[in-house]
Design a protein around this ligand. Structure first.
Ligand code: ADP
Length: 233
């Protein structure tokens, strides 16, 4: 795979039984772009993200990351083989592990030697502003801090693609905006291709450089965000 990976969906459809949830999605996400998938509850955002993650298989169509086919009708490359990082709404941290052990986990899975692991975990925690919290347990942190840990864990292995599923929905509005701005800066620094699911128009405008509006399983419109103030063209 290339260092910076574009994502392409061609004719992707998905259904739960007879209920079509995604209907012939064609979408190109350029390498390094941060794209928000925006739309009302039930329009298919999470399903599309699950297909990108390899947690579900398309009924029709193909998905490629760079020049690598990752899914086609009835087949999906598993998540652990896709070189992705994910951030979920509920943080999904392991409560019995310290912050640094949570962040180190993806590196352990890749058999990265201990000394290199420690350096990379420390760097990832610095990036999210949690350098001093390495030895704590998640329960000793605020919701915003826990989501920063999850973000550090998602980036520590330097994945090609980052996937976010409503990551700020459990936080109060003030914290949501400041963390969203911090994440927007971090994503630009890292240059990773990112897909960010949200139903919040303000969040989408802050985080993304383009917004894909989904409606009833179809791409309704794609808009560029023209400035860091979140103004939409
Ligand atoms: P969003 O993330 O935009 O809220 P989802 O992708 O979660 O939307 O859901 C899209 C549609 O698929 C909705 O109509 C939802 O009810 C339906 N759906 C989601 N999960 C399931 C499931 N496990 N079984 C049946 N229908 C589902």
């Amino acid at each position: 795979m290339d260092a910076f990976t574009d994502i392409r969906l061609d004719g992707v459809s998905y259904a739960f039984g007879t209920h079509t949830v995604l209907n012939q999605i064609d979408l190109h996400i350029p390498a390094g772009a941060v794209v928000a998938l925006l739309g009302p509850s039930g329009c298919g955002k999470s399903t599309l993200l699950r297909l990108l993650a390899g947690l579900a298989q398309p009924l029709l169509g193909t998905i490629t990351f760079g020049n690598r086919l990752v899914a086609k009708a009835g087949w999906a490359l598993p998540p652990e083989s896709r070189d992705i990082g994910m951030v979920f709404q509920d943080y999904a941290l392991w409560p019995h592990m310290t912050v640094e052990d949570n962040v180190a986990f993806p590196l352990k899975m890749r058999n990265v030697p201990r000394a290199q692991r420690e350096t990379r975990v420390a760097a990832a925690l610095e990036r999210v502003g949690l350098g001093e919290f390495a030895k704590r347990k998640p329960s000793g942190l605020s919701g915003g801090q826990q989501q920063r840990v999850a973000l550090a864990r998602a980036i520590v292995a330097e994945p090609r693609v980052l996937l976010f599923d409503e990551p700020l929905s459990n936080l109060d509005s003030e914290l949501r905006e400041s963390l969203c701005r911090d994440m927007a800066v971090l994503l630009r620094q890292l240059g990773i291709t990112a897909v960010y699911v949200t139903h919040d128009r303000g969040e989408a405008g802050i985080i993304a450089d383009r917004i894909v509006h989904l409606s009833a399983g179809r791409v309704d419109a794609i808009r560029s965000v023209t400035s860091s103030s979140g103004e939409i063209a």
